[in-house]
Design a protein around this ligand. Structure first.
Ligand SMILES: [Zn+2]
Length: 239
């Protein structure tokens, strides 16, 4: 099986689709400033299917901000059990569906940053019918698409497999907040033995802003017709 990385279309190249969103996330965990390592940071993880409406402190998680690390721990107490697949709360983590407004016309698949994926409802049905594994859709709650336009879904991703460790330089984690310096080689490979069986789309555990899909996914995506995103093959590293 071949694997591919999702990327955005180069900004100087023409696009086929005009759709874009102006949205906010329902909840955003604060970023942290840590007295131990001196860093101020937040991650990029997004879990659109998570609903924490009944978490007592959810009202304090609505405005993006930065807090001391001890306050982050207090604000996220009880949250871990609400997150799927054993994922731990992380500074900057965004929860809940996208809400806001949409303009233009969306293609079958859309990525805004290269590590996110919006799927038109008809395209999602087709991907599901083709038996692709690992699709976790959350409906995007937007106005402005028009009465005839199909609904949009955002995919949530499994975290699985990893890039070849020789392509990921990781510093040692801060003992308090877990922050560590990470540098990823632009010429990276996936570690063959780590790859998930039965997932057609996933984020590698040591590089969660790199969205990976299988050849099966790429073929199914191509059958949906043109989309404004790029699939770039990623080599496999074997030991
Ligand atoms: Zn720290």
């Amino acid at each position: 099986m071949r694997f591919y990385e999702v990327d955005i279309v180069r900004p100087d190249l023409p696009r086929r689709w005009t759709g874009h969103l102006q949205t906010e996330r329902t909840w955003t965990l604060p970023g942290v400033e840590c007295p131990t390592c001196g860093e101020t940071w937040s991650g990029q993880q997004t879990l659109p299917t998570v609903d924490v409406t009944d978490l007592p402190q959810q009202g304090l998680l609505r405005e993006p901000r930065v807090v001391p690390y001890v306050e982050f721990m207090a604000l996220t107490a009880g949250l871990a059990s609400r997150l799927p697949r054993g994922i731990a709360p992380e500074p900057g983590m965004q929860l809940g569906p996208l809400r806001g407004s949409a303009e233009g016309i969306f293609g079958p698949l859309t990525t805004r940053d290269g590590w996110d994926l919006l799927v038109r409802k008809d395209a999602l049905s087709q991907l599901q019918q083709e038996g692709l594994n690992g699709l976790i859709p959350a409906r995007v709650e937007v106005e402005g698409l028009g009465p005839e336009a199909p609904a949009l879904y955002e995919l949530e991703f499994h975290i699985a497999g990893r890039l070849d460790p020789s392509d990921v330089l990781e510093g040692s984690p801060c003992p308090s907040c877990g922050w560590r310096e990470v540098r990823i080689s632009p010429e990276h490979a996936l570690e063959a033995d780590s790859l998930p069986k039965g997932l057609d789309v996933f984020l590698p555990a040591n590089a969660t802003t790199y969205l990976m899909v299988t050849e099966r996914f790429v073929q199914a995506a191509q059958r949906l017709g043109p989309s404004d995103l790029v699939f770039r093959e990623v080599p496999l590293a074997r030991r």
